[in-house]
Design a protein around this ligand. Structure first.
Ligand SMILES: O[C@H]1[C@H](O)[C@@H](O)[C@H](O)[C@@H](O)[C@H]1O
Length: 564
């Protein structure tokens, strides 16, 4: 019979082996074996422990509300990266003369660069000051960046505004999924984090839509940018009245506050369950030692690199973000209008709206299936299809007589049936991306223990922004130098390598509590064990819910009987 206490003992051993002893290099292979042993027989009905009791519950209204509010950061991420392509066209000669190609590139890249910088430094700041205050600072940066852009009458103020806005985007893209993951009951964590991804893809879709609508309006781009002030202002004011995550509060030893927050965010949180939960989090999440911020930062850096389970987590989180970016999706997100124009479509903005729309709607599908199907299975479905459609795009481009030179495309002839084939393949590629690798990497926070979660998430987020910067600034150069066929073939080969990496290294983490994830990453990647444990947890969650609804039915029947 499985008890969660069975799973706690390897947990204690994990800390003794890997952290407390300071023997960072020694990895515990027996851990996997013990973990495997502990999850072997299926649990009976009475085995649901404290942790399960709370982690099983449907998210409370409070959790759903906080998730939506945090997802505003995702929306800003999407909106701010989405509006720029239409804004660049409609800025026209607002700054005295038409923008040169390098000015356009600087304006676009400034946000990614700003985002990269804050993604690197925010990790440690969020572990020190908390998730909520740093999220609120990101709101101020969004607003300041937008105001500077709206008032800009030259290229440089525009670049500075985009750069400052990038600070907000980077910080928000790091904290929002982290905040949500720390609040969510484990059986709903995947879905709730995907809500933030829906914010991103929805923000991109809306930005494209508004941009296309205001295309011919004089100074319409100022309206598009100006509108972006509203969501962060709403998020800022709301968070004035809302709490930080219990896991952060416990790390800071603010137990009273943590108790209050847990009581508010978990349905069915009795005082005993709340205390038990606090004890579990305390046990699993020893804070980082050190007298000053710098010393603690350094110790976190040591711990994330030297503790094998942390390093595995770091490797996975960064690899997933790199795969998401280097398989080329954002080249379509940012430049699909240009590509479609190049292959002969007049209404290219409308066609590129289809790309953003497919990304958004398939992310909705991912929302419904991620916790049921599992992260690993979704990736193993997503990547092979992406590879297939990238390869098909590469082949189809071979039959279109098109040349990219000096950042312009020369098409010989008019739009052909191959052009339509390319669009269909690209849309299938986007759908395959959005169902898996488009959102699973943002589950990154679940990979790390509390003590290095901010730092780990920041490394991974920074990887995402570097990837986005590299792909968006080299895509045209690749089209020119290695042809579209070569470019898409390169993306397809990188996807093939990614499939191998995911197959051998990415365990199934759906339905596991944040503390159990640590056990899975101890002593190896434990793919088989993780799959068994995830399956077992899923069964337990289902059993628990069935029991709860049976109890509720019995209660209603009793009441009915009494009233007769
Ligand atoms: O998860 C998001 C999403 O897929 C966006 O559409 C994409 O532009 C981002 O780069 C990515 O991080």
């Amino acid at each position: 019979m499985l008890l969660d206490t069975d799973l706690e003992s390897p947990m204690k051993a994990l800390r003794v082996n890997e952290v407390t002893s300071g023997d960072y290099g020694s990895d515990s292979d027996s851990m996997a074996a013990r973990l495997g042993a502990s999850i072997d027989p299926l649990p009976d009905e009475d085995s649901t422990s404290t942790m399960m009791a709370l982690e099983d519950e449907r998210p409370s209204l409070m959790v759903i509300f906080l998730t939506f509010l945090a997802s505003i950061s995702g929306f800003m991420f999407g909106y701010d990266t989405g509006y720029i392509s239409s804004a660049l066209v409609s800025i026209g000669d607002s700054f005295g003369a038409e923008l040169t190609y390098s000015e356009e590139q600087l304006i676009t890249a400034a946000t990614s660069l700003g985002a990269f910088i804050t993604a690197v430094i925010s990790g440690i700041i969020v572990d020190y000051f908390g998730r909520k205050p740093v999220l609120m600072v990101s709101n101020i940066l969004f607003v300041v960046g937008s105001i500077i852009q709206c008032a800009a009458h030259g290229v440089w103020p525009m670049i500075v505004g985009r750069f400052i806005m990038g600070f907000g985007v980077g910080t928000g893209s790091l904290i929002a999924p982290l905040y949500i993951a720390e609040l969510a009951p484990s059986s709903f964590r995947g879905r709730l984090v995907v809500l933030n991804c829906l914010g991103i893809t929805g923000g991109q879709l809306i930005a494209y839509g508004i941009g296309a609508g205001l295309d011919s309006v004089h100074n319409g781009w100022r309206i598009v940018v100006g509108l972006s002030i509203i969501p962060p202002a709403v998020q800022f004011v709301s968070f004035l009245f809302l709490p930080d995550t219990p896991r952060f509060l416990i790390m800071k030893n603010d137990i009273d506050k943590a108790e209050k927050v847990i009581t508010r965010i978990y349905n069915g949180a009795t005082p005993e369950l709340v205390h038990e939960k606090i004890r579990e989090i305390q046990e699993a999440n020893a804070g980082i030692r050190g007298d000053s911020v710098l010393q603690r930062y350094w110790n976190s850096v040591l711990e994330i690199h030297r503790v094998p389970s942390n390093f595995r987590a770091l490797f996975l989180a960064c690899s997933l973000q790199a795969i998401q970016q280097f398989t080329g999706f954002n080249s379509l997100m940012y430049f699909s209008a240009t590509i479609f124009k190049a292959i002969g479509f007049n209404n290219s903005t409308a066609v590129s709206l289809i790309v953003a729309g497919t990304n958004f709607f398939v992310t909705i599908l991912a929302f419904f299936v991620i916790d049921k199907v599992g992260r690993r299975r979704m990736l193993m479905l997503s990547l092979p299809f992406m590879m297939l459609f990238l390869a098909l795009c590469a082949i189809a481009f071979h039959f279109v007589d098109i040349k990219f030179e000096n950042h312009a495309a020369k098409l010989n002839g008019s739009v052909s049936s191959w052009g339509i084939v390319i669009i269909v393949f690209m849309i299938c590629f986007v759908a395959s991306y959005a169902i898996g690798i488009g959102n699973v990497p943002w589950q990154q926070s679940e990979l790390f223990p509390q003590s290095v979660r901010g730092l780990g998430a920041s490394y991974a987020t920074a990887t995402n922004w570097v990837g986005s910067l590299v792909i968006s600034s080299t895509f045209f150069t690749m089209l020119e130098n290695i042809t579209p066929t070569g470019t898409f073939a390169l993306f397809a080969s990188l996807t093939a390598v990614s499939i191998v990496l995911i197959y051998f290294c990415y365990p199934e983490l759906s339905n596991l509590s944040l503390e159990e994830v640590q056990m899975v990453l101890t002593g190896g990647f434990n793919i088989k064990t993780s799959e068994k444990l995830a399956k077992k947890r899923k069964r337990q969650h289902e059993l628990h819910r069935e029991r709860m609804s049976k109890k509720a039915e019995e209660l209603i029947e009793d009441e009915h009987f009494d009233s007769i």
